[in-house]
Design a binder for this molecule. Structure first.
Ligand code: AMP
Length: 447
């Protein structure tokens, strides 16, 4: 690799045009399915007061303890002054926004979705970046298993549109109410009395700060000890059990396949009742494509009135990886229809207008407006893989003509200058022109 002075920071990557095609395709699927289901798009700021994440996600979670990407607006700020953090996910920010804008006044549930970059200052590895993209769906204001089922259904529709649903495995669990969990955590702590020393160091700490996290520990010693430990489902109330059974019935009704997973807890504090993840069929938990769950206590935790909610976040980079593995091609709309070549100052002037007119008609047009020879302009047209080339030299300007070359057929003919645009439009076919009416244009903004 070249010895460059500047590269992308560790854990970040340029989303180059090839991947933008995938990004756009995914965003379109998300927007389409979200709109169908009544979700409206929102976007919280990229950075928030760090307290929102500490309170919402939980102080003793990996995301907050190790992965918050801290920022300060100030130059020379010391650690203590870093009061902001880049968003590690959307849920906490969207719930803050729900409270701040009095959305409890709106008809409930309020369904919101967001798409954009998130940041986690984690050690980068395959499928794990410091800047990555999520799409996020939130249903706030009501508590009913049918909402959890419908949310999961929208996600499966998106994954199926992108042709990766078959590669994924929906894991689902119910972690009970906060009271259920508090009772279980006590039981778990009791069980580990006298056994702490057999736990790996990190898990010893977790036992103190966030014992539930032991359940999804990757440490073998921990998993062995857990085999005879009390299980969370023994502490679920009848109400929680009933909630979960009803949800599973609804999923059956919708024809959604799932795998019950009693060990699934998810790493964030705000969840209660339903939790679920979409795992890679082949590698399992390692590189989940997305996950979510119910968070009935979060809004209150952030200072709002008690308000239930359920949400999901999917990772775009991991989805793109699956699409590529599955051989799914995102449509490429970046092709060049016409390359305009010219020679001489008069021809150049005319070409400026010609290029602009072609573009207005929805023809993807690139103009060689430099001073290169016609021959090298033709080579360029080839490299751009243009379908047609229009050639305008000194002679043609004088005669009021132009040459149209079909690059695939390798044939060309001369025609009146005025005939060029109608001819191109007829050859490309009106249905292939890249034109928008205003309504589409607004909907198609791809940020
Ligand atoms: P989480 O809520 O932490 O499970 O994140 C939801 C989804 O976001 C994951 O399933 C991944 O697809 C994606 N994701 C989370 N963290 C990262 C990361 N560091 N790099 C890439 N994708 C990520």
């Amino acid at each position: 690799m070249a010895d460059l002075q500047f590269r992308t920071p560790k854990g970040t990557h340029d989303v180059l045009p090839e991947d933008q095609q995938y990004m756009t395709y995914i965003k379109k699927a998300v927007r389409h399915r979200a709109r169908q289901a009544g979700y409206r798009r929102t976007e919280p700021p990229i950075f928030e007061n760090k307290g929102i994440f500490e309170r919402g996600i939980g102080l003793h979670t990996d995301i907050v303890e190790k992965e918050l990407f801290m920022v300060s607006g100030k130059h020379n700020a010391d650690e203590a002054e870093k009061q902001f953090a880049l968003r590690p996910e959307f849920t906490a920010g969207i719930c803050r926004s729900y409270i701040e804008h009095g959305m409890q006044q709106l008809p409930q549930p309020v369904e919101l979705y967001a798409i954009g970059p998130c940041f986690r200052y984690d050690r980068p590895q395959k499928g794990r970046y410091r800047q990555f993209h999520q799409f996020d769906l939130e249903v706030i204001g009501l508590r009913d298993p049918s909402l959890d089922a419908q949310l999961i259904h929208v996600v499966t529709k998106i994954m199926s549109d992108l042709k990766i649903l078959k590669r994924l495995n929906l894991q689902i669990n119910n972690i009970g109410s906060s009271e259920n969990r508090a009772a279980y955590v006590e039981a778990l702590k009791d069980y580990f009395i006298g056994k702490e020393r057999n736990l790996p160091e990190d898990d010893q700490k977790r036992l103190q700060t966030n014992p539930l996290r032991l359940l999804d520990s990757k440490e073998e010693d921990t998993q062995i000890l857990l085999r005879s430990a009390p299980t969370l489902d023994q502490y679920l109330s009848d109400e929680s059990k009933h909630y979960h059974e009803t949800l599973l019935e609804y999923l059956d009704e919708l024809g959604i396949a799932y795998t019950p997973n009693a060990g699934l807890v998810r790493g964030l504090d705000y969840y209660n009742q339903t939790v679920f993840e979409f795992w890679d069929q082949s590698t399992g938990a390692q590189n989940a494509v997305g996950g979510g769950g119910r968070y009935d206590g979060l809004i209150e935790q952030l200072g709002g009135k008690p308000t239930p909610g359920v949400g999901f976040a999917g990772g775009l980079e991991r989805m793109i990886w699956h699409m590529k593995e599955a051989g799914v091609k995102a449509p490429n709309k970046d092709h060049v229809d016409v390359f305009v070549a010219q020679l001489g100052p008069e021809a150049k002037k005319r070409c400026l207008a010609l290029v602009s007119q072609l573009r207005e008609f929805g023809v993807h047009t690139v103009g060689a407006l430099g001073e290169a020879s016609l021959k090298s302009q033709m080579r360029l047209a080839d490299k751009f893989e243009a379908r047609y080339t229009l050639l305008l030299g000194k002679m043609e300007v004088k005669e009021g003509t132009i040459i149209l070359r079909d690059m695939r057929a390798g044939k060309q003919r001369q025609m009146k200058y005025e005939e060029a645009i109608p001819e191109i439009i007829a050859s490309l076919g009106k249905e292939n022109l890249d034109t928008y009416v205003l309504r589409d244009q607004m909907e198609s903004s791809d940020d």
